[in-house]
Design a protein around this ligand. Structure first.
Ligand SMILES: [Zn+2]
Length: 605
């Protein structure tokens, strides 16, 4: 039986007080700089507002910051971990790791503030991050100056950090001297502000107590406004995207090995733990000859990961040949894979090699392998086992040396059970499975991907698009992305084409392909002048009374109605519905079951 949760908020509710007050509205009209007085200690969310999100639940061993579980740790223990990291991995790697850890915390906190205070003006919400950071016991932040241009979305801030916990720990071990050491805190600021603004706002510590300065001073600004962001990006593992450096001179992201600094993959961008976990798996298996099976939904970037795997392998100088099994008619798949001898069948006018032969010495990538016919599966298995193929209509056996990388968006075990996929082939392929997370499970990467694709399409279409409006940022964060990264990429490409030069991308330029948008997204939508698109759909399906309080209704009934509405809006996506409701997925699952509501497929998986 969980114990009581003790919080200020509860006290307030018990005494009939209302929720935290709505955020102070700060007028912005596109001017640079704004009056700092307007974001002083009294503007909402204040430290008191934020501390109302903090719940202690000692009875069941949990602490919550809204729906995020938190832990109280001894700073000294964290310091010990930091020291061990530095000593085992070296300063540089330890710094990267801690920077990314901070980034994730910052991204989480930004989501919390966005959810709790959806109407807060961006610079005000940004300052809330400094208060959360203080509340969490990390550092006291003093705002020196903040400027924000509502027209371009450009943000710059300068802050002083007092009582940095990282410095305390660093100085205790290494003393004063050397370079700035508030790595996690810098990562936090970058993660927080980037998530809030939907673009990469890079923070750098320009003075630090650990380096002998009187106090720590940090500057944050859009990545384009830094002359030399490479070093900072390297710690986030972001490569050089967004900056104008020559790729060859750029530091390497996680996707480019030393000695292979050539291409960087357009979709291999991320700092989230889900992304990094997948990436480390790729790095681990790349130098071996093992067969790799990528699994994951459509659009998560399976081919990009496969290419990256190839480039990090010792076959990098040999061909990478990709084939989408679902795109080739069943009658042609064998000749595509294994080649064909002249006259093998009507229309085979000339002999030609198949993909296996063309990939000789290199890597063959078979996408959507679950769609192969049983006959083709048998031939594939033989090719893998014997290292030999025969062309269709041929009599000669050809030796091929191919590393196979396969991908599927379906559950192959299930296909085996149903007799649609050969069990022996499945085990031959499933040597080293790597699951690629859907975008909704790596939402921390959304601002980085937005930045990346914006930069990419701005260049490709030669457009002058400064960034995204706040409404667009919020809409993208609230959207479920059934089509994953590919869908985000398409939305941004479309918007870059649609928007006028010099204007920020708004919601109606992003969503015009009939995407099913939840209420959270639609409520942000207001008709844009001259836009008759009106393609934003989703509203007609919803009962108008979705979230309207009914007199005489019990709390229990209201809760059921709210949960049902959220599940409807998100198409049964538990994680997205939980996010909309501001509760954990586990809580949502529990309550939905209690109310006898249908539970989405993501819950059963
Ligand atoms: Zn510092």
């Amino acid at each position: 039986m969980p114990g009581p949760r003790i919080s200020l908020a509860q006290l307030h509710r018990a005494t009939g007080a209302t929720r935290p007050a709505p955020p102070t509205q700060v007028p912005f009209s596109g001017q640079w700089r704004f009056d700092l007085q307007q974001v002083d200690g009294s503007s909402h969310p204040t430290v008191a507002d934020l501390s109302e999100c903090l719940f202690f639940s000692p009875g069941d061993g949990r602490i919550w910051l809204q729906d995020q579980r938190m832990v109280l740790m001894h700073a000294e223990a964290l310091g010990g971990l930091r020291r061990e990291l530095i000593e085992t991995m070296g300063l540089d790697k330890a710094r990267g790791l801690l920077t990314r850890m901070g980034y994730l915390s910052g991204a989480r906190d930004a989501e919390l503030v966005r959810r709790q205070w959806p109407d807060a003006e961006p610079p005000v919400a940004a300052v809330a991050g400094t208060r959360l950071h203080a509340l969490e016991g990390v550092v006291k932040v003093e705002v020196v100056r903040v400027s924000y241009d509502a027209a371009t979305g450009d943000y710059q801030g300068e802050f002083l950090w007092h009582n940095s916990s990282e410095d305390d720990e660093h100085i205790a071990v290494y003393g004063v001297g050397g370079s700035p050491a508030c790595w996690m805190q810098t990562g936090y600021a970058t993660g927080y502000v980037s998530t809030l603004f939907g673009r990469l706002i890079l923070f750098r510590e320009v003075a630090c107590r650990s380096a002998g300065d009187a106090q720590c001073r940090v500057i944050g600004k859009s990545v384009e406004l830094w002359d030399d962001p490479q070093e900072d990006l390297r710690h986030l593992q972001l490569g050089d995207d967004g900056a104008d450096a020559e790729p060859a001179a750029a530091p390497l992201g996680p996707w480019a090995d030393p000695g292979n600094s050539g291409g960087q993959d357009p979709t291999l961008v991320g700092a989230s733990s889900a992304f990094n976990a997948a990436f480390h798996m790729v790095r681990r298996v790349a130098p071996t000859p093992a067969t790799v099976l990528f699994t994951g939904e459509s659009g998560v970037g399976k081919e990009m990961f496969a290419r990256s795997l190839h480039r990090s392998s010792d076959r990098a100088s040999k061909p990478f040949v990709a084939i989408n099994c679902a795109a080739i008619p069943e009658t042609l798949i064998e000749s595509e894979l294994f080649g064909v001898e002249r006259g093998a069948y009507t229309g085979a006018g000339a002999s030609r090699p198949g993909r296996f032969e063309r990939a000789d010495g290199g890597t063959l990538f078979l996408d959507e392998i679950g769609t192969l016919s049983l006959v083709a599966q048998g031939k594939l298995l033989r090719a893998l086992q014997e290292g030999e193929i025969e062309r269709v209509g041929g009599t000669k056996t050809l030796r091929v040396d191919v590393r196979l990388v396969a991908a599927t968006n379906e559950n192959l075990r299930e296909a085996v059970r149903q007799g649609r996929f050969r069990e022996d082939l499945f085990y031959r392929l499933n040597v080293f499975p790597i699951h690629l997370p859907p975008l909704r499970e790596r939402r921390d990467d959304i601002p980085l991907l937005m930045q990346h694709f914006l930069h990419h399409y701005r260049e490709r279409y030669q457009r002058d698009v400064p960034g995204f409006s706040q409404r667009a940022v919020k809409a993208l964060f609230n959207y479920g992305f059934p089509g994953n990264i590919r869908e985000l990429q398409n939305l941004i490409e479309r918007a870059v084409i649609m928007v006028n030069d010099g204007e920020l991308i708004d919601v109606h330029q992003l969503f015009r392909g009939g995407e099913d948008l939840g209420e959270g997204v639609l409520s942000l939508q207001s008709p844009a002048p001259g836009d008759s698109g009106g393609r934003l759909v989703g509203a007609p399906n919803r009962a108008p009374a979705d979230t309207t309080a009914v007199p005489g209704q019990t709390l229990e009934e209201a809760e059921r109605q709210w949960i049902a509405a959220a599940l409807r809006r998100t198409g049964g996506n538990m994680a997205a519905a939980a996010r909309q409701l501001g509760i954990t997925r586990a809580t949502l699952l529990h309550r939905a079951r209690r109310h006898g509501l249908p539970i989405g497929r993501s819950a059963r998986a």
